[in-house]
Structure formats: structure tokens, C-alpha cells
Design a protein around this ligand. Structure first.
Ligand code: ZN
Length: 336
């Protein structure tokens, strides 16, 4: 039985197959290392390392790619666009802004970057260490109807969520901002970005922005250049403005008493877009300032730390393969 099976298998191998097998065996013996390396996965994280806490923005710099036509990063299934850096008018590599979502699990992840130059493409790989941020716990007591919505309000809230999602899906392919980000209102920063919220004794979604206490009617400014993608009057956010800064970068301004811009308006950094109020689900006049960066909910105050001053470019933040300490107090975005 055994012999018969072997003979039949042997018969099926053609002369061509036999030649190929011989060739592979010969090549393997001559170039064993070369053949082996083709079967192993590409090493990861060799091009640099970054670290930051939940809710932070990391500046990723890729140098020596002046001739590249396009760079695209992928981090935790999110796309990270890159833009050109210029120094003295000359192209000097590329920069990408990577947002660590406030709920990204702490750990080490890969940022894969595809560098295209015409038809050619190559892959770069960076390690990104995500450290845990210690978020506050916020206890709120609100009128019952503002927390436990009735059926009609739930339907309204869902429709509003969908509208926002659709509006934010069509982000500009151009980078619309040119200089540093500014604080939208003069007021008291509450430090509750990312806080766990207990409303009327029940845990709710974490707070996805920063609240700034300011008097009713105070001016609210656009934190950078962009286009007004959406103005709303929604059940939770009240009167609000969504500004598209391009390349998947959005800032949001909620609970306004008055909105002074309309959908499609071009705005510049510092331009007054509305007035502080307490519309929607708010306990008193304040500005809720939120940011979405390529789908990641990041601390708006991390924008103020970005090293972009009036068109200058940031220094390289690529670290050497030694992990950067994540206990650096400068890296903590919230001061309590
Ligand atoms: Zn808020």
C-alpha cells in the first residue's frame, strides 16, 4: 500500500517540476541566508520611537524624504496624513500629527508610514508607546430630564450624532492652518478632559473635551485657520461650531449663546465665531472646547504645546531607540 501511494505521487511530478525543485535546492545551498530572510516578517519599529499619554498629540517627523510624493501613516487603524516641512523655503522632510485617543489602551503600537516616490513605495515603522493618563472623576447633578432622555430626545440625539459624523467624514485634503493654535476664550480651565463622569449617581461617557469657565456672552475665537464645517443647535452640545482645519483636524465649540459664523465660512485664528453660553446640557455658562484629530479625541490644550509658531517648523521629535521616559512632568497635559 505504502509503496503504491509513493509511486503514484512520484508519477505526477513532471519534468519541469523536477527541474524547479533541483534549482531551488541548489539555490538554497548556495544562498541559504538570502532565501531565509525573504520568509521572515519585516522588523518593526526600527525607524524611531515616540511616546505620549492618552489624549496627547505627537509630532512625527520623517526626515530625508524631500523627493517623496506622498506619505501616509497608519496607527491603530487610523490614517495619519503627513504634510511637507519647509526650512528656508526648501523642502525638509515631512510632518504628521498623531493623536492618541483618550481611550486608547496603554501599550506599544506600530505607526507604519508608507513613503511614495512616483511608482515606488517603501515602508517605515515607528514604535509608539501609549501611557496611561490619570483622568479626574467628575460628579454631576443635573435635572433628571437632561440625563435620562425620553424616547423622542434619544431619537433626536442619534440623528444629530449621525449628522456630525457625516459632516466630519468629508475633511479637507489641504492643511488650512499656518501658525500656532490659540486658546478660544479667556477663562478658567477646569482640567476635566477625559474625566469619568458620574451623572446623578450613574457612570456616563467620559468627557471628551475641556471646559473653560467664562462669563455669559464672552467672545469665543477660532483656535486656528479653517473652514466652518458645521453649525448646530443640538440636544447635548447646544449651539455649537465645528471647524475643519484640514487633514482630519477638527476643533469644536459648544454651549454657545450665539453663533456668529455659518457653514462654509472661512475663519482665521483668533476670529470671533460665537459667544459663551449655557445651551444644551450645561450646568452654567462655559465653553466646551473639543478636538478630533483623525478620529482621535485629544486634549485641546495639547494643541497649544505644538511647536508651530507663525510658520516656523518644529524640531525633530524622533527619539533614539532608547525609550523616552513617560513620567516627564512636561508630558502631562492636565494640571490639577
Ligand atoms: Zn464639556
Amino acid at each position: 500500500m505504502m509503496m503504491t501511494a509513493l509511486t503514484q505521487t512520484h508519477v505526477r511530478i513532471s519534468q519541469l517540476d523536477r527541474t524547479l525543485i533541483t534549482a531551488v535546492v541548489l539555490l538554497s545551498s548556495v544562498f541559504p541566508v538570502e532565501l531565509f530572510s525573504h520568509t521572515s516578517p519585516a522588523p518593526k519599529g526600527l525607524d524611531g520611537q515616540y511616546s505620549g499619554k492618552q489624549g496627547q498629540v505627537l509630532v512625527v517627523k520623517v526626515k530625508g524624504e524631500e523627493q517623496a510624493t506622498e506619505l501616509k501613516g497608519t496607527f491603530l487603524s487610523r490614517t495619519i496624513p503627513f504634510f511637507r516641512e519647509f526650512r528656508s523655503g526648501e523642502p525638509a522632510g515631512y510632518i504628521g500629527l498623531l493623536g492618541i485617543d483618550m481611550q486608547d489602551e496603554p501599550g506599544t503600537y506600530e505607526l507604519a508610514v508608507e513613503v511614495k516616490q512616483g511608482e515606488q513605495a517603501k515602508q517605515l515603522s515607528f514604535n509608539v508607546l501609549v501611557a496611561k493618563e490619570k483622568f479626574a472623576v467628575e460628579h454631576l447633578t443635573l435635572p433628571k430630564e437632561k440625563v435620562d432622555l425620553d424616547e423622542k430626545s434619544v431619537a433626536r440625539w442619534k440623528a444629530e450624532q449621525q449628522l456630525v459624523q457625516q459632516a466630519l467624514a468629508e475633511n479637507s485634503r489641504l492643511k488650512l492652518w499656518h501658525s500656532s493654535f490659540v486658546e478660544p476664550v479667556n477663562g478658567k480651565r477646569t482640567g476635566i478632559f477625559g474625566s469619568v463622569r458620574i451623572m446623578n449617581g450613574k457612570p456616563r461617557n467620559p468627557h471628551n473635551g475641556e471646559d473653560i469657565g467664562a462669563p455669559m456672552g464672552a467672545d469665543v475665537a477660532a483656535s486656528n485657520d479653517g473652514v466652518v464645517r458645521l453649525t448646530v443647535d443640538h440636544v447635548f452640545s447646544g449651539k455649537g461650531v465645528f471647524i475643519d482645519h484640514g487633514l482630519g483636524f477638527y476643533t469644536m465649540y459648544f454651549h454657545l449663546s450665539e453663533v456668529l459664523v455659518k457653514d462654509g465660512d472661512l475663519v482665521t485664528a483668533g476670529q470671533i465665531i460665537g459667544k459663551v453660553g449655557a445651551t444644551g446640557r450645561a450646568t452654567g455658562p462655559h465653553l466646551h472646547w473639543g478636538v478630533k484629530l483623525n478620529g482621535a479625541r485629544v486634549n485641546p490644550y495639547s494643541l497649544l504645546d505644538l511647536p508651530f509658531k507663525n510658520g516656523t517648523t518644529p524640531p525633530s521629535m524622533v527619539t533614539d531607540p532608547t525609550p523616552e521616559t513617560t513620567t516627564d512632568p512636561q508630558a502631562v497635559p492636565i494640571k490639577e
